[in-house]
Design a protein around this ligand. Sequence first.
Ligand code: 6CS
Ligand code: FE
Length: 311
Amino acid sequence: MQQDDYITRTAQPEPRYMRRDPVVHSPSDSRWNGPLGEVALSNFERDGFLWFEGFFSQERMAPFFEELEDMSRDEDLLKKDGVVRDPKSGAVRSVFDMHRISSRFAELTRDPRILGMVRQLLGGDVYIHQSRINDKYGFQGAGFDWHSDFETWHAEDGMPRMRAISASIMLTDNNEFNGPLMLIPGSHHQFVPCQGATPDDNWKSSLKAQEAGVPSQKNLQDLVNRGGIAAPKGPAGSLLLFECNVLHASNSNMSPWPRSNLFFVYNSVENALVEPFAADNPRPSFLANRDTPEPLQMHDPYIDTPVRRSA
Ligand code: 6CS
Ligand code: FE
């Protein structure tokens, strides 16, 4: 049995403690070998996230919108397990496994600018642990309770260490009204054990409303007292990189405007999944990639795609 540095889903409340993994994983002698400079690296270390407003142009995002529109009309696709419906309205809430459904999205996971930063932060080769789109339609998209992704991935998927990063690309504008992601800066430094055993097949309900793996209000209060709450806002094409253990949540969408965000979760190839640490059975592969990790190679659309020139 593998040693467990992050015991969670306990019968009794347990105190939080400092994480037992680095935040920036590149060894100190090669730390600067990557696109992120000293200021960005120390901001990531301090806050647990980096925000890039307008990272991709609208022009670059347009084909992704078109493909999503096609997908929303694909009845067979919408019947798949990886499509999660909103508990109240029945509207699509999440589509998992985007990088296996679509080659266009798969190529985006290999974008050289994103991959360069993620490899630098995680100290080497990475693969996709999970990918998804979270949609919140105008007037009806439900929110997500406060949680650490790592807590779930460790307990239910067997991710051993904190060595993963989510890249979230805004597919629509995110503003203060349409339920943007909220994060507690600095919360990633602490591991907050959560009380309560994981129910069987928890994922069938947790993706609609999370009950196991929710930190106590006392812990949330303490961490917000220290770090406050941030909610990065910006136009479609903006990018958020956030560390796997930063606490985050989002409100429901009360505005008429949709909010649609794409998430790619990058995990270090040295942090491949083992048996779940606090669940009886591993979750399905659309939630947690259990294949032998294959290092992602960079894909540059401007170089790799043959350019058709008119005579
Ligand atoms: O259970 C999961 O893996 C997912 N659930 C949430 C609420 N956030 C991260 C992750 O996609
Ligand atoms: Fe999350």
